[in-house]
Design a protein around this ligand. Sequence first.
Ligand code: MC0
Length: 140
Amino acid sequence: MFQRIDHVGIACHNLEEKIEFYESTFGLVVVSREVNEEQGVKEAMLHVADGEHGSSYVQLLQPLHPDTAVGKYLSKRGEGVHHIGYGVADVAKAMADIAGKGVRLIDERPRHGSMGASIAFLHPKDVGGVLTELVETPRQ
Ligand code: MC0
C-alpha cells in the first residue's frame, strides 16, 4: 500500500530558525514553502532523496495560531516529530482500504497538501500513537 516515506513532519516554534538549522547542519535544501490556512500551518519542504516512486522530504511546520493541530501539539509535547506521511498511488483507495480495517480516518475526503498533493490523516490513537498521513502526489 505504501510506496515510500513521502515526508516526516516536524513541529517547531520558529520555521526560519529551524530551516537554517537543517540547511547548515544537514545540507538539506528547501524546495517549497506554503501557508496552508485550512491546516493552520506555515510549512517548508526540504528535499532528502529521490526514489523509484518519488522523492522524500523533511517537512518543517510552524502553527499559524495556538488553537491549531500543530499549535496544540507544541503546547502539550514541545517540538519534535509530529507525523509521518506515506506516499500512496491513490489516496481515496488507500483511505477506503484502511478504513475497512477499522482505523479511523480524520478526513472524510482528501484535502490539499504540500506541493499540490492530495492528503488524508489517520487518527494517531488507532496507529499506535503515530499521526499518519497518506500522500498522493500530483501526476507529472
Ligand atoms: C494529537 N495527538 C497526537 C498528535 N496530535 N498523537 C500523536 N501525534 C500527534 N501529532 C493526541 C494527543 O496527545 C491526545 O492524546 C489526542 O491525540 C487528542 O489530541 P488533542 O490535542 O486533544 O487534539 P484533537 O483531538 O483536537 O486533535 C488531534 C488530531 C488533530 C490528531 C485529531 O491534530 C488532527 O486533526 N490532525 C490532522 C491534521 C494536522 O495535523 N494538520 C497539521 C499538519 P491524549 O492521550 O492526551 O488524549 S498539515 C500538513 O502536514 C500538510 C500541510 C501536508 O503534509 O501537506
